[in-house]
Design a protein around this ligand. Structure first.
Ligand code: FE2
Length: 252
């Protein structure tokens, strides 16, 4: 794996700006100056200049967006404008040594909101989102996103992927998935040295996704499940805890 250099983006290439979708998963319109553009002292002070929303206010705000406005740029703007206070997430945080966890915060016909908890070194499979839109924010820690190009695939589970660009999400830099190029993996790299929690908005909610094993030129569909719902662990998680997540498990 190519490890990222210090700084915001892990790859060379232009910094996305404005609402333009460059390709695949794109960091969205930073609400504050790029970290490389400010001194550490200035960067620290910026943290205090950004007012944060509680997760309850965040849910209420998302729920107030009319369906016609629940667009890729519209929701991306909402995430950029409403960083979430980590203290308000406490009841949704379930970290596991064996796997990252998916924790349902809110679900409606239009969208679902999850908190995904990552111990240091944990990562998702390479996956897509079954044609649904996805937006992500990282209130706690930082996460790398590795994008992939689909070179070719057949209907029998064969695929060939090619590594594409990598970027980093942190509290000042949410991101969204380009529906045209949706294949990616999320990684809490060991070199970051700490836990991370990401918020994922999916529209519409969905309960299956496709995972890819690039090293074996294979893909397949898996069901998805929650490790907790509304702050309470699910029965499945309680009974299944203790084993490392198999590649075919329903995580992304
Ligand atoms: Fe994803």
């Amino acid at each position: 794996m190519v490890l990222p250099p210090p700084g915001y983006f892990d790859v060379s290439g232009p910094l996305p700006s404005g609402l333009a979708v460059a390709s695949r998963l794109v960091a969205f319109l930073p609400a504050m100056p790029h970290p490389r553009e400010v001194s550490s002292k200035a960067r620290a002070s910026l943290r205090y200049d950004v007012s944060m929303a509680s997760i309850d206010d965040f849910v209420a705000g998302l729920s107030a967006i009319p369906e016609r406005d629940f667009t890729v740029p519209g929701v991306a703007r909402f995430l950029a404008d409403n960083p979430v206070d980590p203290a308000s997430l406490e009841k949704y945080l379930f970290y596991e040594a064996t796997h990252y966890t998916r924790n349902l915060i809110h679900k409606s016909d239009l969208f679902e909101l999850l908190a995904v908890c990552w111990e240091s070194g944990q990562s998702s499979p390479v996956h897509n989102h079954q044609g649904q839109h996805c937006w992500m924010a990282v209130p706690i820690g930082r996460l790398a996103v590795q994008n992939y190009d689909l070179v070719r695939a057949d209907e029998q589970g064969f695929c060939e992927l090619r590594l594409a660009e990598r970027l980093v999400m942190d509290p000042g830099h949410p991101a969204f998935v380009d529906p045209e190029e949706p294949i990616h993996a999320v990684l809490n790299l060991a070199e970051y040295g700490r836990r991370a929690t990401s918020l994922h908005v999916y529209s519409r909610p969905y309960d299956r996704c496709v995972v890819y094993a690039p090293e074996r030129n294979a893909y397949w569909e898996v069901p998805l499940f929650y490790d907790s719902e509304h702050g309470r662990r699910t029965a499945r998680t309680l009974s299944a805890s203790g084993g490392s997540a198999p590649e075919s498990s329903a995580r992304r």
